[in-house]
Ligand binder design. Sequence first.
Ligand code: ASN
Ligand code: ZN
Ligand code: CA
Length: 344
Amino acid sequence: DTLESASGDGKSLYGGTVPLETTASGSSYRLKDATRGGTYTGDAENKTDQCLLTVCLTRAPATVFTDADNHWGTGAAADRSTVAVDAQYGTDVTWDYYKKLHGRDGIAGDGKGSFNRVHYGKGYNNAFWDDNCFCMTYGDGDGKVMGPLVSLDVAGHEMSHGVTSKTAALTYSGESGGLNEATSDIFGTLVEFHAANAEDRGDWLIGEKVVRSGLGREALRFMDKPSEDGKSADCWSEGLADLDVHYSSGVGNHFAYLLAEGSGKKTLNGVGYDSPTCDGSTVTGIGRAKLGKIWYRALTVYMTSSTDYADARTATLSAAKDLYGADSTEQKAVGAAWKAVAVS
Ligand code: ASN
Ligand code: ZN
Ligand code: CA
């Protein structure tokens, strides 16, 4: 077969009709993108990995999706290709975000693509990045608590775990674990905004497309006011390190929201926010682009595996100084936003 790149499109579950760069192979097409490091999406055929920690006896397959006319999916989950469209598109948008905004070539920064597996397990309410396979795995959800987990913010969140692991390698427990999770929520959100997709618009919620009525709330996490989920911390306090990393991330998520958007009330893309500060101060935001620059530089230059919240403050102040100068508006805003979440 001669393989060549071909431009197609797909009807996704959450993002409408999206462009897809695929591979022509004989008389059909494969869902594999040579323009983004060979990233592809395969069907896990509802199987699961059988692993003890990182040692896997068997792994679910990743049977590459194929299509006859390069118009993929139907927009309905009943077609197995539909969520594959979302997953591949999520990888594309994440790749493009890191490339265009941070000059990073792929998750590892080496130009190599990752791959996605969709339809993992049965009714599986999760998605995860795995450094060992350098791959993304998406469940279909049980339909009650969650639907398929293939939204842009979840894709950006999970793949950013790969970026963190190749850079600061923040240990996934205690405060460094909370910062690892916050990093994924921050970049997952910036990826979602970057996509500027009319159907899956940017917001400061995580998983708003994925949740179903059984969960009992509008999103998995709320970055403007993390405690909205009933578990996450808005403010740093002694003992934060004892929380699950998905809840101690609240302090970092709250910092990020405040730094970008500022405290108080705001409406963006039709979603209302009301972000309180922990000390009653007022924070003026410097925008999402500068948040992304500062956090990315802090993550890739200053943070290490043992960085805690106090260290993250120092790391982001150093990054802001490098990027915008000592005592710049931006560096002062970083200090004000950390103070507002009780990190000093
Ligand atoms: N979806 C989860 C996450 O990325 C998987 C996990 O618990 N690591 O945080
Ligand atoms: Zn995560
Ligand atoms: Ca979101």
